[in-house]
Design a protein around this ligand. Sequence first.
Ligand code: GLP
Length: 244
Amino acid sequence: KIYANSDEASRSVALEIASIIRQKAGEGKPAVLGLATGSSPKKVYKELIRMHKEEGLSFQNVVTYNLDEYYPMEPDAVQSYVRFMREQLFDHVDIPSGNWHLPDGTLPLEKVADFCHDYEEQIERYGGLDFQLLGIGRNGHIGFNEPGSLVNSKTRLMTLDLTTRIDAAGDFGGLAKVSKKAITMGINKIMEAKRVILLAWGEHKAENVARAVEGSVSADVPASYLQHHTNAAFVLDNSAASQL
Ligand code: GLP
């Protein structure tokens, strides 16, 4: 889906999320959302906050599982995805505090594998993700599933690619300070989500968007796995779509 700009595109994605939330609320059920960080989803979250404040959209029945978090990472650090999500969404809506979840960057290493297993089990107990929001990294990653990630990969500790770390260097005050690892939801859970939307804005995303959408499905470009999802959409602005 190609839009003139990211404002229009983000509004339509927020509307879709709101309609899932309202439909589930009407059924007396939780809306289970997989959420993403990065600059791409910011306007979607802004629009959801506006709908909460101006249109009474309630997040009381919303349960969220974020894709990823750097490891190690303290939740109040400026680079923390916990902090990002609180600032960009959670602190501005009425989501109950126990309802949002992110991978825990403070765990001792020996507890990470059990945490990852439990994260997936929690999602499964809800019957899976009703919706998954994604961005795309410069190397075609989704979440922190770097190139080489398999389609059946589970939630796990991942070693970050150099490109990913270079792109994060600004946030960390230099490449040397960027985390070398992150905990990421695996491709498997993303592919099991009932609906997936990947957002990409700008010329710098165009080449990877084209590889993901029109190239061969391959672990070299993890976003290309979405070609095999039956209900996935790439929501793009004109620039991100310019090489299609
Ligand atoms: C990070 C995140 C990804 C995100 C990517 C792109 O690597 N872990 O989930 O998609 O950045 O970020 P942006 O949306 O800022 O381009």
